[in-house]
Ligand binder design. Structure first.
Ligand code: PGA
Length: 274
């Protein structure tokens, strides 16, 4: 059974206190999330520490198990003189640091930063992240025990020119084909057509299903039956009003949600769409 996932990508939104308010509102509603759906919140770096503590403090074990924490990027270098960068090791060190704060109860530990989004089209487009750079990042993240949400997707001109299969196929072959099956077990793929991100325009359920099936088939050619276990998420203007029909498609295992993840009510409503 593939894991159903609803992941929020907060992007560069919310101050730390607004982020804390948002996670508290999500936590307050988490009981409503179906048992087989996992929520992931991918917050800005500055928010990880306090949010790790808040998620770690969720008392009911059932509710706690339904939500995980993630980041939106990590460096393509391990350590050293790379001003402004945040390494995979730094991400994996957040949870244990929660217990070192003055006044923390003995043995306190936060929720681990378990996931990292890599390959988002905004990183590829605005920050020049190539497939080669992304492969470096993925290798470092996986070596640190993080799970990777690897994004792929085509631009509008590429879809119009019917090049979407080629573009997405290359993003998979040049990056994911370089991983071992063991590594691949910790990778989730997110298909996000660039023309649907933040535009209000969503891929139709047929368009989305078609390319999700293609992604699964491409993975199968290299990784065999592992492809059946890999969660493939849809992203791009996914919201409460369209989540149900997208998630009902055979090869769509959930969503990577941008704008609608910034309102607890919408984020939870999407998770309840299964
Ligand atoms: P959107 O963003 O839901 O605001 O379109 C999705 C994403 O970029 O991950």
């Amino acid at each position: 059974m593939r894991q159903k996932i609803v992941a929020g990508n907060w992007k560069m939104n919310t101050t730390v206190s607004q982020g804390i308010e948002l996670i508290n509102s999500i936590a307050a509603k988490i009981e409503e999330v179906p048992q087989d759906v996992k929520l992931i919140v991918n917050t800005p770096f500055t928010h990880l520490f306090p949010i790790s503590k808040i998620i770690g403090d969720i008392k009911c074990p059932f509710c706690r198990s339904k939500i995980a924490l993630g980041a939106q990027n990590c460096a393509d270098k391990e350590v050293g003189a790379y001003t402004g960068e945040v390494s995979a090791k730094m991400l994996s060190s957040v949870a244990s640091a929660v217990g070192t704060v003055a006044g923390a109860p003995e043995g306190a530990i936060g929720a681990p930063v378990e996931y990292v989004i890599l390959g988002h089209s905004e990183r590829r487009g605005y920050y020049g992240e190539t497939n080669a750079i992304l492969l470096e990042k993925i290798n470092l993240a996986l070596a640190e025990g993080l799970k990777v949400i690897y994004c792929v997707g085509e631009a509008l001109e590429e879809r119009k020119a019917e090049k979407h299969f080629e573009v997405v196929g290359n993003e998979i072959k040049e990056v994911l084909y370089q991983l071992t099956p063991e590594q691949m077990k910790n990778v989730i793929v997110a298909y996000e057509p660039i023309w649907a991100i933040g535009t209000g325009e969503t891929a139709t359920k047929e368009q989305a299903q078609e390319i999700h099936a293609f992604i699964r088939k491409t993975l199968e050619e290299k990784f065999g039956s592992l492809a059946e276990e890999t969660s493939i998420l849809y992203g791009g203007s996914c919201k409460p009003s369209n989540a149900k029909e997208l998630f009902s498609q055979k090869d769509i295992d959930g969503g990577l949600i941008g704008g609608a993840a910034l309102k607890a009510e919408d984020f939870i409503a999407i998770a309840k769409s299964y």
